[in-house]
Design a protein around this ligand. Structure first.
Ligand code: HEM
Length: 416
């Protein structure tokens, strides 16, 4: 089929790292989408793809749209930071930044660990951890639900699954934050040096952990991956297992912390939604899906073109770096009627693109969903009068992909 192609418009004023966009991206994204399906963004040297159908089509074609760029630093690094990363982070691409067929082999070795029934079996431990964290602040009458719950809960869940000790969680979280700034933000030269050093420490930690487990197998994901070698010649080698830990040790919590923060913020900003959930917990699943659509915790993901192509009728060259705007796709009225309203009963909310689609469809989607549903259920049972503290302003991390409030101050009657 021959497609008519058009020149790509340039979005001169668009900056997804500006304070204005970080605080409220949707007016900017809606305006871009209405103006056209693809725009070149000079501030990033990326092409932004805005419409649902085009983002879905890009995800569905891994041959034309390579994922190898998914973890690459967004902005050029200083020579010094680049050198530290090159010598210190010796990981191999394993999942989100590896194309088929090599990706298929790695994915197959991990997929069974994240099946819905495996995640369903984790619910008691997720519930027990969330309850323990909630108990710590239940008598206070107020809390920061990000610092007190959404931040530690997914990290401890993921680290325990991998086998990392709880005592290292805070240190690992802080190194992961450095990884986020380097790969998806625009850190200063000074911060780049420190962050690259910490990313090297994170890599060393993963590598050393694999060595430790190889000599002393335990009951955790790392040991399971090592055990696969006993009767599977295709199983992952030590460097690949360490690379999986380096990937999962990040992907398994930043995303979910933000999903929980966004869900609670939206539900409490719409007091009738919170009251409805308290009255009918069966609505929680839909509320999580609608949060993923309306206020995604992963607002953009990246691909790079392997050949000249056209997207939505716009010509894009080979080697074009694409910012797939999941946030814009999820607000596309062609897919979601009345997209600016937060509707926990929206019938097609589950079609949101926040977990990507196709070859790289998020491996942790069941885990992320279960964690968010569990937290919302426990809070709604214990604090039906939960409300946002008045007059708070929200801040968001400065990067193009991961979005959630850094703090969420709430209050309730302490006797609850
Ligand atoms: C809860 C919110 C989460 C969101 C919004 C999210 C979002 C995403 C997105 C957008 C992708 C890229 C998809 C693509 O390239 O097509 C992805 C991939 C991935 N996610 Fe998640 N994620 C979440 C939770 C998790 C969790 C809890 C884990 C932990 C296991 C996880 C692990 C992964 C991995 C390993 C990949 C790469 C899969 C592959 O390349 O085969 N994610 N996720």
């Amino acid at each position: 089929m021959t497609e008519t192609t058009a020149q790509c418009p340039v979005a001169h004023g668009f900056d997804p790292l500006s304070p204005d966009y970080l605080e409220s991206p949707y007016p900017h994204l809606n305006a871009l989408r209405e103006a056209g399906p693809v725009h070149y963004v000079p501030s990033l040297d990326y092409w932004i793809v805005t419409r649902y159908a085009d983002v879905a089509a890009v995800f569905a074609d891994p041959t034309t749209f390579s994922a190898t760029i998914a973890q690459t630093p967004l902005a050029p690094l200083t020579d010094e930071a680049g050198e530290i990363l090159k010598s210190g982070v010796r990981n191999t691409p394993v999942l989100s930044n590896l194309d088929p067929p090599a990706h298929t082999r790695v994915r197959l070795h991990l997929a069974t660990k994240f099946l819905p029934r495996k995640i369903a079996a984790m619910v008691p431990q997720i519930e027990s951890l969330a309850t323990e964290l909630i108990d710590r602040f239940a008598d206070r009458g107020s809390a920061d639900l990000v610092a007190d719950l959404a931040f530690p809960m997914p990290a401890l869940t993921m680290f325990r699954l991998i086998g990392f000790p709880d005592a290292d969680a805070e240190m690992l979280k802080s190194w992961c934050n450095d990884k986020l700034e380097v790969n998806w933000g625009k850190p200063t030269a000074d911060y780049q040096r420190r962050a690259a050093t910490n990313m090297s420490k994170l890599w060393d930690y993963c590598e050393n952990f694999v060595t430790l487990r190889r000599d002393n197998l335990a009951d955790d994901l790392t040991s399971d991956l090592i055990r696969q070698r006993e009767n599977d010649p295709e199983a992952l080698n030590d460097q690949e297992v360490a690379s999986v830990l380096f990937a999962l040790g990040f992907a398994g919590h930043e995303t979910t912390t933000n999903l929980i923060g966004n869900a609670l913020r939206q539900l409490l900003s719409n007091p009738s939604a919170w009251a409805e959930i308290c009255a009918d917990p069966a609505l929680i699943d839909g509320a999580v899906e609608e949060t993923l659509r309306f206020d995604s915790s992963v607002i953009a993901w990246r691909r790079i073109t392997t050949r000249e192509t056209s997207i939505g009728g716009v010509q894009v060259p080979a080697g074009a770096k694409l910012m797939l705007s999941l946030g814009s796709a999820n607000h596309d009225p062609a897919m979601f009627p009345d997209p600016e309203s937060f509707d926990i009963r929206r019938p097609n909310a589950r079609l949101q693109l926040s977990f990507g689609k196709g070859t790289h469809f998020c491996l942790g989607q069941h885990l992320g969903r279960v964690e968010a549903r569990t937290v919302i259920r426990l809070l709604s049972e214990r604090f039906p009068d939960l409300q946002l503290k008045a007059d708070q302003s929200y801040t968001f991390p400065r990067n193009i992909s991961f979005r959630g409030p850094e703090h969420l101050h709430v209050e309730w009657k302490a006797a609850s």
